[in-house]
Design a protein around this ligand. Structure first.
Ligand code: 5AD
Ligand code: SF4
Length: 489
């Protein structure tokens, strides 16, 4: 089992297709075909799914959720979670039947497997599931139109999982479908850190930073399409070091300062970060850029120095303590969230205690915690000092109880405060709006406000899945940059 410790704070594992609502973006050909994208894993994958939908829109593909009407199905996979490939293969088994039924009606179905499982398993997929037409790794999405054309002609699968020298970002379309008030923007890919347990360096390749000018242009476009909150994404997002318009090389803090100037951008976030790359300027930026949200996902994995060394994390617990203190000095309302692994090879009860002590000392507003599970090909997978499953189970339970308690405390401490809420849509009940707080908590309130408005609200109660809030009596809902339509009747 691997799980998050609670539902209120959205973390790094957001799932969803990332495909815009039914229909075609302005200026694109009439939709004549249907595309289903299923997405597993992190926000990077959600972003990639959105980009694949953008790339295929000019070919006439409009999104659908229903496999039986899909002319093309893309499974965008993630290898970080346990048993990822089995889940993909069982989905492929069901799609084989749908493909057969559609073929009997004379309709073609192109099936593609993308993402990290595709990267790691490559040709193995088409051997085990010969009805798959396309296998593509994360570095080759820009070649999708060509692959689709080849697949619709070809007998036999098209496989593209190399790491090409060219930059995949250069080939992605400029026009991005409207994403709503919250948008994701990938600025960095890959990882050179080689943590003992992790497949990412093998599946996503070396660290690569997009140039600042391209990121700024994309952010401007997102803002003009209505994005009010932009989340910068990267496997090691705070390792970003990109070419800048002034011919220099910027680090993330400088980029954030630039993005904060874009009209309409009310909120900025970035995820996922590594403690080693939290430089002084980035820490200072948290105190200096008002639109940089007071929320940081900073995985630590373990509180034991011995385990951190075994994990090849490149820092000790003390660095994490210092970072937490300095970040909170810069931005006192900053909420920290993290990832933890229990039962890494060699982890003793004393090592696990050190993790519990770290959690007690730092205090987290949310976290994801996992039992270690071996990923073939990673250094930890060949280590002999394994921890018994029963010990992993009990450690995970103990850790999650503390993390859940901290998360509940954090949410309850918010009650009574007046905070800015970004309106994202309608609530579950009639007459309600839904939105998110600066700390990514889902918020709902009775009343009406335009989607995209940032509205001060008083938080009234912490429920299991969200916070309830009320508008302030003076009803300050006239944010000039909000969308036209109203989120609630
Ligand atoms: N076992 C357990 N958890 C893992 N993670 C990555 N690889 C493994 C593994 N082999 C967790 C880490 C990482 C998060 C995205 O997934 O905590 O930060
Ligand atoms: Fe994986 Fe470590 Fe790189 Fe994060 S920093 S992606 S855990 S290798």
């Amino acid at each position: 089992m691997s799980s998050s410790t609670g539902p209120i704070l959205a973390g790094p594992g957001l799932a969803g297709s990332g495909i815009p609502a039914e229909g075609t973006a302005p200026g694109q050909p009439k939709a004549t075909r249907k595309l289903l994208i299923r997405t597993w894993g992190c926000q990077m994958n959600v972003y990639d799914s959105g980009r694949m939908a953008d790339i295929l829109a000019p070919l006439g593909y409009a999104p659908t959720e229903r496999p039986e009407e899909a002319d093309m199905v893309i499974l965008n996979t993630c290898h970080i979670r346990e048993k990822a490939s089995e889940k993909v293969f069982s989905d492929l088994g069901r799609l084989r039947e749908t493909k057969k039924e559609r073929a009997a009606e004379g309709r073609q179905t192109i099936i593609a497997v993308a993402g990290c499982v595709a990267q790691a398993e490559g040709a193995e997929i088409t051997t085990r599931a010969p009805w798959v037409d396309i296998v593509l790794g994360p570095q080759t999405y820009h070649r999708l139109p060509e692959m689709v054309a080849r697949a619709s002609r070809a007998a036999g699968a098209v496989i593209e999982t190399d790491f090409p020298a060219e930059d995949k970002f250069d080939h992605l379309p400029e026009v991005r479908a409207p994403q709503g008030p919250v948008a994701f923007l990938t600025i960095q890919e890959g990882c050179d850190k080689f943590c003992s347990f992790c497949v990412v360096p093998y599946t996503r390749g070396a660290e690569f930073s997009r140039p600042a000018a391209a990121i700024i242009a994309e952010a401007r476009q997102l803002a003009s399409n209505g994005a009010r909150e932009i989340a910068l994404l990267g496997q090691n997002v705070n390792a970003w070091a990109g070419d800048s318009p002034d011919g220099k090389n910027w680090r993330l803090a400088r980029l954030l300062r630039e993005l904060a100037e874009i009209p309409g951008v009310a909120r900025l976030r970035y995820t996922t970060s590594h403690p080693r790359d939290m430089d002084d300027d980035l820490i200072a930026a948290h105190g200096e850029i008002p639109s940089l949200m007071p929320y940081l996902h900073l995985p630590v994995q373990s509180g034991s120095d011995k385990v951190l060394v075994a994990m090849n994390r490149g820092h000790k617990a003390d660095l994490y303590f210092r970072l937490a203190d300095r970040l909170r000095e810069a931005r006192p309302d900053l909420a920290l969230t993290s990832d933890f692994i229990v039962g890494h090879p060699g982890e003793t009860p004393a090592d696990f205690d050190a993790t519990m002590k770290l959690v007690e000392r730092v205090g987290f507003a949310g976290a994801y915690s996992f039992k270690y599970s071996a990923r073939p090909g990673t250094p930890a997978a060949s280590q002999p000092f394994t921890v018994a499953e029963t010990d992993k189970d009990s450690r995970l339970q103990t850790l999650q109880a503390l993390l859940r308690q901290q998360q509940d405390d954090f949410n309850r401490a918010c009650v009574g405060r007046v905070v800015d809420v970004l309106i994202t849509g309608t609530g579950r009940h009639p007459g309600q709006v839904a939105g998110r707080s600066p700390w990514l908590q889902p918020v709902h309130a009775s009343g009406a406000a335009p989607v995209g408005a940032v509205v001060p609200m008083k938080l009234q109660a912490a429920n299991p899945n969200s916070l309830s809030a009320t508008f302030l009596p003076e009803n300050p809902t006239s944010d000039p940059l909000a969308h036209e339509e109203s989120a609630a009747a």
